[in-house]
Design a protein around this ligand. Sequence first.
Ligand code: NDP
Length: 517
Amino acid sequence: MSVANSEIRSLTAKKFDCPQKFSDFCSNGGKPLGGIVGGVETAGTMNATFETIDPGNHQVLATVCEMGAAEVNKAVQAAHNAYSNPKTGWRQTPIEEKIALVMKFVELCERDRDVLLACEIFDGGKVSELAEGDFDQIRACAEYFCDVAKRIPLGDGPSLEVAPGVQGYSYREPWGVVAGIIPWNYPIVLTSWFIFPALLSGNCVLIKPAEDTPLSALYMGKLAEEAGFPPGVINVLPGRGELTGQFIAEHPVVRYISFTGSPGVGQHILRTCDRHGTRMKREMGGNGSAIVLADADPIEVARKIGRYTNQHFGQTCCTIHRVFVDQKIADDFIDAQREFFASLKIGYQADAGTELGAVINSTQKERILSAQQQTVTRGGRALLRGGVAEVTGRSGYYLKPALFQTTPEVDCNPAEVFHAFATICPVSDAEQALQLANQSPYGLGASVWTRDIEHGVALAKQFRDGTCQINCHNQIAYGLPYGGQGISGGPGAGVNCEETFTDYTQVKAVYASQYDA
Ligand code: NDP
């Protein structure tokens, strides 16, 4: 038996103090933070505001104006004008100018790194180690799509003679006005994944941040203005999903929506969009699985899987929530995973050493607690029961990690739970594990853990999931598609690849015949 490698640990917080610039941004000279519509900060006509809070201590960070139908209409109009002006429109702007503006924007984000980190840490409830990694995605994503935009031309494709005297060719153009509907768990990353391919392919954008985490998108909206994006190219519309989001989905001039969030909401928006032909791309939740083969080191792999299970306290779309371990090593694996989970340091996300912080809101808290109970009702045996945790001096929704043992006959973990939560099922062999892993209607991320890479690759390719990994999990890379199968995604090719860029464009066929009157 090997000795536990204490180097393998969960993502951890350094102490993070609130930068003055973040406080100044949040207080906004005593006014609620408005949306950004046509380059102008707007309070909106509904006279409605909401508070965004620090989930770790429930302190109000900022008051934000909610955007209603009038502001959505105005933003769509502003975006359409910014897009379509025949001389100065974003659509016509040469790609070199678009790239220069995008990279200027990235530099401004880097200048104000502390403010954006504060958004992720205080508004999003993240530990600094994860927030810093997320921040780096701004540049990585921008550079990747700048490169793609140079390589994939828009406009006319090569011409063919399709019939005597008839030339045919494809014509690729941006959609025009496109919207990104963003969830609360990775605000900076997912805003970047949306805006860079959308803008560089020539669209003007509406960003609808999650109600729980509106600050980074609003701050990025201000930086975009400072970078010199023409008014209307980037609009930010904070508000509730069922109100602001719904108005966006219902707007017929919005030609394309990029949605990231839960399958239920994604299905609802798709039905709304379908009523007037708005195209949609959906990146949705998962219930990630891991298969641990008999040749793997049970203790080392248990710790690694524990790390991925607890990435952003389990609030990561593709994270591991279902483990299938060969019964020959199951006892050692279970002991090591229980020890890893039980030793997670629960605390405030900006205090040094915290590994497991508060969940984002009371709805999530209730969902997680209910799922923990249902797992037992369905036949799971509690190794760590979960439940509420107390953190001295902090009033956030803190929960303990939960771990359950199950058997192949019992499906006690059917839906995404979104916390440091996993079920472990000992199995007789890899085939049984694969069959159980693939029984889920989700299909976002899965991994195989083995010393035999060739066997691991062969098994991993049989997952139905969009991302299959061997001896790692939660990896992403620009140039490879990140998308879900089953109820986890589609239509659309996923994010972060060339097809993501082309998803933000439409292709027409053009036929030109001789005039034989
Ligand atoms: P939700 O589906 O609840 O919300 C996502 C976004 O949709 C929010 O901005 C929300 O607004 C908005 N929304 C809600 N209702 C409507 C509506 N009727 N019309 C238009 N917009 C609406 O997801 P969560 O925010 O809870 O995020 C967590 C989910 O996201 C998890 O399932 C997670 O796995 C998934 N996810 C998937 C990723 C992937 O790449 N596949 C990446 C990250 C997360 P509001 O906040 O105001 O409710």
